[in-house]
Design a binder for this molecule. Structure first.
Ligand code: PLP
Length: 394
């Protein structure tokens, strides 16, 4: 995605990129203020960002800022005890990060198919994949549409599994009355990558309501040191003493990044409303075209609309790759979410996978195209996508 972004910056007038961050003067000023303060690593802004993020989710949860969601997924799995030889169930319809963190710990991802309507993990396929070695499951809220959290919780309860939600797409998603980030899972991990629903450039947040999981993650985030650097310097008399209790990692979020995140967090509802309005416009404009439109959230729930994934139907008379090529020629960037894990050489070989094991994902992969949807899109850019799609498909 970063190459798309670079392309966007050099061709800003002519080419509408598939995704761009929504950064204004307020974010720029907040980062500058952090830099002037002298706190360049994790300090008071990172701590405030964590507090405010927890409050946004309704409070009473631990929120821990990371330098990426990948780091957060790694630490969450480590904290729930995933280790060598364990199996962790992961959907094929996701980014490689969801599965690679399982390998970091010497465990094995067990990759399963998805539901054709939502492209979220198929709970029957997940159930069928459980063995005595299964330790955990990582459901992904694809595009910002919540997975069936009650179904996951029931499955986990019945089989004694730990649950780590990959909520990289799902910041501001609400389902069954609760925002993604609350609930019975062991941990929920958000991404603040440049093109996600809010950004710190690179960054992520792990949320848990479990005190022990939180303590382990805090320790492992910073070299296995028993207290944060910030805590060591906060006391009236700074202490040089610390204790290393494990071989930890270096996954903390910097204060300038956290400063950007605090502004984005304050703007998150406004940004979500803009994405929802773009999705509604697309739904209306494309209703007569040979496109299957994305699944919606249930009545009363909220879709975060990180992605708008359309699917070409047989009547379209154009291959997906050709469609994306034609869109690009007309100056509109599209993308594909995702190339399923079983289509990548490493996962195919490591887990001995083939297309036949994933009938849904294999069929849907051939026809998905993600259209531009980001909160800094102008009305005329949205119009341009609508016109271009209509023309390419006519
Ligand atoms: C973006 C993404 C990640 C990784 O997020 P980073 O913050 O870039 O580490 C993980 N899972 C999914 C589904 C993603 O889309």
């Amino acid at each position: 995605m970063s190459s798309l972004q670079r392309g966007a910056l050099t061709n800003a007038d002519s080419f509408l990129p598939f995704a761009l961050p929504d950064i204004g003067e307020e974010e720029i000023e907040a980062v500058a203020e952090a830099m002037r303060s002298g706190w360049l690593t994790s300090g008071p802004r990172a701590a405030a960002f964590e507090r405010e993020f927890a409050e946004f989710l309704g409070g009473d949860v631990h929120a821990m800022a990371m330098n990426s969601a990948t780091a957060g997924l790694h630490l969450a799995l480590e904290a729930v005890g995933v280790g060598p030889g364990d199996e962790v169930i992961v959907p094929t319809w996701t980014f490689t990060a969801t599965a690679e963190v399982v390998r970091y710990l010497g465990a094995n991802p067990v990759i399963v198919d998805v539901d054709p309507a939502t492209l979220n993990i198929d709970l029957d396929a997940a159930t069928a994949a459980i063995t005595p070695r299964t330790k955990a499951i990582i459901p992904v809220h694809f595009a910002g549409l919540a997975v069936d959290r009650q179904g996951i919780a029931k499955l986990a309860e019945e089989h004694g599994l730990r649950v780590v939600e990959d909520a990289a797409h799902a910041f501001t998603t609400v389902s069954a009355g609760d925002p993604v980030g609350r609930g019975s899972s062991d941990a929920v991990v958000f991404s603040f990558y440049a093109t996600k629903t809010m950004t710190t450039g690179e960054g992520g947040m792990v949320v848990t309501s479990d005190e022990q999981i939180a303590a382990r993650i805090r320790t492992m985030r910073l070299h296995g040191i028993s207290h944060d650097v910030f805590d060591r310097y906060r006391s009236a008399v700074p202490s040089w003493r610390y204790e290393v209790v494990a071989p930890g990692y270096k996954y903390n979020l910097t204060d300038p990044a956290a400063a950007m995140g605090r502004v984005q967090l304050r703007r998150s509802q406004e940004m979500r409303d803009k994405r929802a309005a773009i999705a509604a416009r697309y739904d209306e404009a494309f209703s007569g075209l040979p496109l299957q439109l994305p699944a919606h959230a249930d009545e009363g729930d909220t879709h975060a609309w990180h992605l708008y994934v359309s699917r070409l139907t047989d009547e379209a008379g154009v291959q997906r790759d050709v469609f994306i090529q034609e869109m690009a020629k007309a100056g509109v960037g599209c993308s594909v979410h995702f190339i399923p894990l079983h289509r990548h050489p490493y996962w195919r070989e490591q887990c001995k996978l083939d297309d036949g094991q994933f009938p849904v994902a294999t069929a849907e992969f051939a026809r998905v195209a993600s259209l531009p949807i980001f909160s800094s899109m102008t009305d005329s850019q949205v119009d341009r996508v609508v016109e271009t799609v209509s023309r390419v498909l006519s």
